[in-house]
Design a binder for this molecule. Structure first.
Ligand SMILES: [Zn+2]
Length: 135
């Protein structure tokens, strides 16, 4: 019996009818049956063929490590230059209007906060802000 089970197995019902090392499996989402439980084929069914498979059954989703950090890594975040500029401007306005020093952006917790919020947003360096503030 094969006891080495990858994450793909939890999306299938296992039907053991004899001591075959490849038990029958059935997809939990669309009832598709595999006569031979080959993890690669099961995964590719979930990835491409299964009409009902949830996102967390797909191989792109990191099953092994579902911590917050890896979710952020998976989060397909991208930002255009324009968006980056307009956010910088907004941040700039927010800080001056709240009378907050620009050293705010150097604070590790602030950096962390922005990282979580929008990983692709690059916090402006304090020096750049001081320069633009002098205009
Ligand atoms: Zn299916």
């Amino acid at each position: 019996m094969v006891r080495r089970k990858g994450p793909v197995w939890k999306h299938f019902y296992c039907k053991i009818e004899n001591d075959d090392s490849h038990p029958h499996v059935q997809c939990k989402y669309c009832s598709k049956v595999f006569q031979r439980a080959v993890p690669e084929r099961m995964q590719s069914h979930l990835d491409k063929k299964c009409p009902e498979a949830p996102n967390d059954a797909k191989s792109q989703y990191k099953q092994q490590n579902s911590s917050t950090t890896s979710r952020i890594d998976n989060f397909n975040d991208c930002m255009t230059d324009e968006e980056q500029k307009s956010l910088e401007l907004l941040l700039h306005k927010a800080l001056s209007s709240a009378n907050v020093s620009f050293s705010f952006v150097d604070d590790p917790f602030v950096v962390q906060f922005f990282q979580r919020l929008r990983p692709s947003f690059k916090l402006p360096k304090r020096e750049e802000k001081i320069q633009s503030d002098e205009k």
